[in-house]
Every structure is written in structure tokens, then in C-alpha cells.
Design a protein. Structure first.
Length: 447
């Protein structure tokens, strides 16, 4: 407790870090307030049917990603997922088309053009999703809930929903630039956290109900114990590393001698962090979105498969996409050839492996071997809610592993790692007395 107080004092002493944290909290507060601003022309008191529709199933998860804005018929109701969907498409285009590959190699100028293309694609996706969302509102809410109807309501609401998502995207970018942590990930995380108290209360009430026959408080205690171990396993999944020894030759710079000792390259078991989960979940939302945000009960055909998050095919496809995106994101995050060249330039080598191409092949082989079990475990944890949903309240089941828990763990660790870096740069103690927090961005650093 004393270390926590000392750490908070140290954070407050660093003006840049304090301002970044306050800026982040301010932007997140604006986002949370915006999620309660209902679309003009809709009576907030008559949203019961929409809240019932999003109380479970894949629409419940979509509502959690938007922090409840979806079920509130908010101006931010479509959340940040259209932007993530556009980002996925642009990154996939970078594999297939040389033009996008060139942009990815053009540094800051290329990144600026890619961001511009992503924004235009986000608007295009929104112009498709917004009418579907409004059509769902018209089918679920009574006529008395609408003060404005017809083309005027449709056009104005599409513009507002599109502007709302673009505003959320802008907030995320401002958090990344001026705040602490990754803005888009923090926005998703804060929406998930907003649903946690409600889920805990629902589960607690369910276990206290004598008619539920779910085991009462004893079963609730067992659930929390299991949840604790799943939480610890998620942390180990995010932080786990495989260290590759690197021997450096002796070098004398000035009056100091460098090298001659063995150092290590810590390769992450899950170098992609939570991005495969977010990418895969965004794709799993698409069939339901384009079908008009149908619920599990009213879905049919292909949309029925994707609306039932407890079904076999939903979880099979979801797990497969997570494994694929883990390899994909690891490939674009870690460049074995560049690592081998840097090692050779600094007169370093892996014992028993020739420098150059052999070293790059060795690093690539190690990454492939440790990524496979990491991606499979990531997929298992992600689909875990479908196995426990029969015994746990559906809203609380999302925190039993699954997308929600993994995003919480990954984003929190990544943010804490950035805070710790600021503290260590100013010669203050880090957040932990022993060791360092291994965030998502620290997986390829040479220590």
C-alpha cells in the first residue's frame, strides 16, 4: 500500500506524465458522457425493447464494446468498430497490392496517406451500417418512441451516427498523441469496464435467487476462484516470453568496454497482444451488422450462426480467425531479417547460428514455434464464455476469459508499461519492486 502511495506521488511530480494521464481521463469522460446522448427524435424512456435485445448474445457483446451506447440509441451508438473494420481491410490490402505495400514503407508520409484512406473507408462502412442500425430501431421500438419519422429522421440520424463514430475515432487519436496508452484500445476497454458493475450485480442476484438453483453464494465463490485463475492465465499469456541468447563481441568506445557478455532477445509468446482478438471480433460482427443487427432469436441462415456466440460454428470460426490474425499481426510486428541485420551490425551473434540469413531463419523458426501454442491458448481463452454461459449470467460470462477480459488485461498492462517507462526515465522507482511490466510494445527489445 505504501509503495502504491509513493508511486502516485512520483507520478504527480512528473508534470508531463500527470498532464498526459489527466488528458486521457478527460477524453474518456467525454466519450462516456456522449454514450448517454440519445439520437434526436427518440424518446429515451421507450428504449426497453432495445435494451432487452442487447442483453445477451453477440449484440450484447457489441453493446459492451460501445460502452452501452448501442442500447442507449446514442449518437455514438456505432462505437469504434467501423473504424477497426476499415483498419483491417487496409492492412489486408497491404498484403495483396503493391501500392499499399509502398505506403507502408514510406514512413511518416505513407502512414499519413494510409490513415486518410482508412478514414474514407470508415465513412463508407458507416453509411452502410447506420441505415441498418436505424432500421433495427424502427422494428424494435414503438411508433410513439419517435418524435421525427420518415426521410428527415433517417438522413439526419445517418449523418449524426457517422459523425459520432468519427468523433470517437478523433478522441482515440488524441489520446494516443497527447495522453497515455493506445487511444482506440482504451476507448474499447472503458466501454467494457462500464458494463462490469452491472454484470456483477446481475450474477450476484442470480446466485441469491432461491428459484435459480445455481448453488448460491458457494457457487459464486467458486466462480470467482476460477475467474482469478483465468485472469492470471491471461496475464501470463500477454507477458510470456522465450529468450534467445545473443553474444556480443568486445568493443571499446572511449574509455568504456562494451560487449563480451551474453544478453537476451525476449520474444513474446503472444507478440500480437490483443489485436487478433479485436480484429477477429470485428469480422464476427459484420454478418449481424449487415443483416440489420438481428438478435439471436430473429436471425436466420448465415446471420444465425454469427448471432449465436455460444454455437459451435461461431466459436470455431472465431478461434480460427484469432489464430490467423495472431500470425498475421506477429509477421507485420516482428521482422527477423531486420533483427539479424541489427545484430550483425553490432557484432552480435546467436551461439551456434551463423550471422545473416541463418540468424533470420532461426529467429523466424522460433517465432513460428512459440506463436502456435500462444495463438491456440489465446483462441481457447477467447471462446471460454460460450462454455460457462450455461452456468453464469450471460453478461458476466463475457468476463470469463473471452474478448472482454483479454482486452482488459492487454490494454491495462500496455498502459502501465508506458507509465513505468516515464517513471524510470525520471529515475523514479517503477510500478513493481522486482522486474518490469512487459507491455505489448516491449516484446522485441534487447535487454
Amino acid at each position: 500500500m505504501r509503495q502504491l502511495i509513493d508511486t502516485i506521488r512520483n507520478i504527480w511530480k512528473i508534470d508531463e506524465l500527470k498532464n498526459r494521464i489527466l488528458t486521457t481521463l478527460g477524453f474518456l469522460l467525454v466519450y462516456r458522457l456522449g454514450s448517454y446522448v440519445v439520437l434526436p427524435g427518440i424518446d429515451p424512456a421507450q428504449l426497453t425493447a432495445l435494451k432487452d435485445q442487447t442483453s445477451k448474445g453477440v449484440l450484447g457483446l457489441l453493446d459492451a464494446f460501445s460502452g452501452g451506447a448501442f442500447s442507449n440509441a446514442s449518437i455514438l451508438g456505432l462505437g469504434i468498430m467501423p473504424y477497426i473494420s476499415a483498419s483491417i481491410v487496409v492492412q489486408l490490402l497491404g498484403i495483396a497490392f503493391p501500392y499499399f505495400q509502398k505506403l507502408q514503407r514510406d514512413g511518416e508520409n505513407g502512414r499519413r496517406k494510409i490513415n486518410q484512406i482508412t478514414r474514407f473507408l470508415t465513412v463508407l462502412i458507416l453509411l452502410i451500417q447506420a441505415p441498418s442500425y436505424l432500421a433495427n430501431l424502427n422494428s424494435k421500438l414503438p411508433e410513439s418512441a419517435f418524435a421525427i419519422t420518415g426521410a428527415m429522421f433517417m438522413v439526419s440520424s445517418v449523418i449524426i451516427l457517422t459523425a459520432g463514430t468519427m468523433f470517437v475515432m478523433w478522441l482515440g487519436e488524441r489520446i494516443t498523441d497527447r495522453g497515455i496508452g493506445n487511444g482506440i484500445s482504451l476507448i474499447i476497454m472503458i466501454g467494457i469496464i462500464a458494463r462490469l458493475p452491472q454484470s456483477l450485480i446481475a450474477e450476484f442476484a442470480s446466485k441469491l435467487s432461491s428459484a435459480s438453483g445455481t448453488g448460491g453464494l458457494v457457487m459464486l465463490l467458486v466462480e470467482f476462484v476460477v475467474l482469478f485463475f483465468v485472469f492470471v492465465g491471461s496475464i501470463l499469456l500477454v507477458q510470456g516470453t522465450r529468450r534467445i541468447p545473443v553474444q556480443y563481441a568486445k568493443r571499446i568506445v572511449g574509455n568504456k568496454q562494451y560487449g563480451g557478455v551474453r544478453q537476451y532477445i525476449p520474444l513474446k509468446v503472444n507478440a500480437a497482444g490483443v489485436m487478433p482478438i479485436i480484429f477477429a471480433q470485428a469480422i464476427m460482427f459484420l454478418p449481424v451488422v449487415f443483416a440489420g443487427f438481428v438478435s439471436e432469436e430473429s436471425a436466420s441462415g448465415l446471420s444465425a450462426i454469427f448471432a449465436d456466440y455460444t454455437g459451435f460454428w461461431y466459436n470455431f470460426i472465431f478461434a480460427f480467425l484469432i489464430i490467423v490474425f495472431t500470425y498475421f499481426y506477429t509477421a507485420i510486428t516482428i521482422n527477423p531479417t531486420q533483427m539479424a541485420e541489427d545484430m550483425k551490425r553490432n557484432q552480435g551473434f546467436i551461439p551456434g547460428v551463423k550471422p545473416g540469413k541463418k540468424t533470420a531463419d532461426y529467429i523466424d523458426s522460433v517465432m513460428s514455434k512459440i506463436t502456435l501454442p500462444g495463438s491456440i491458448f489465446l483462441a481457447i481463452v477467447a471462446i471460454m464464455p460460450s462454455f460457462v454461459s450455461s452456468y453464469v449470467d450471460p453478461s458476466f460470462a463475457q468476463f470469463y476469459g473471452g474478448t472482454s477480459l483479454l482486452i482488459l488485461v492487454g490494454v491495462v498492462l500496455d498502459t502501465l508499461q508506458q507509465i513505468e517507462s516515464h517513471l524510470l526515465m525520471r529515475h523514479y522507482d517503477g510500478l513493481m519492486k522486482t522486474g518490469r511490466i512487459m507491455g505489448r510494445t516491449s516484446g522485441v527489445a534487447v535487454h
